[in-house]
Design a binder for this molecule. Sequence first.
Ligand code: CA
Length: 224
Amino acid sequence: MRILIVEDEEKIADAIATKLKKERYEIDICLDGEEGLYSALSGIYDLIILDIMLPKVNGLEILAKVRENNINTKVLLLTAKSSLEDKLKGFDIGADDYMAKPFHIEELVARVNVQLRNKKDIKTKDILNYKDLDLNIKTSTLTCTTTKESISIPYREFLLLEYFMSNQNQIIAKEQIYDKVWGFESSYESNNLEAYLSFLRKKIRIIGSNVNIKAVRNLGYRME
Ligand code: CA
């Protein structure tokens, strides 16, 4: 699951990111409000940790825009302000939780886990299935249920495959794939994705499945 941290104090952002990565979350960081707003509006995040006092655009404005655009990403507000009025305002415009600085990172991580518990339960069902393919989330092993052959899937290909298997029969745009699998921070080239997809197709064929990830011209890709 992917989490966005919007926080202008780099040390705090990095400390939170380090802890959350240990919990196996994918993390992106934005250090100002403008960048944060842009990333938040992508709708690719499962949760946003959002500081209120930010350069350029403040956290409450970001939250308001996110909700205006019907994006239901979980939002945990983080701020030096701890007055009741600010908390109520945050909840009023659609925050899911609130933490006042200074805070213990352990508590923040616990709160993030609570917010994502339902999603996590679905995701940590050990097996994702599509037609004759079973992907074991815990071991990153892909099995063909017809041939009973298995193959281990490396990290990036695993993220790609997990994304396709979680969005079955949908056409997924290249940009969405890049955002979800590589994140905003990374620089990428379009043939990079093609290469990973071809590795993945090869593995699917090796274990004897008929599933394919097809390019849909001008639109993106679909698993079928
Ligand atoms: Ca701040």
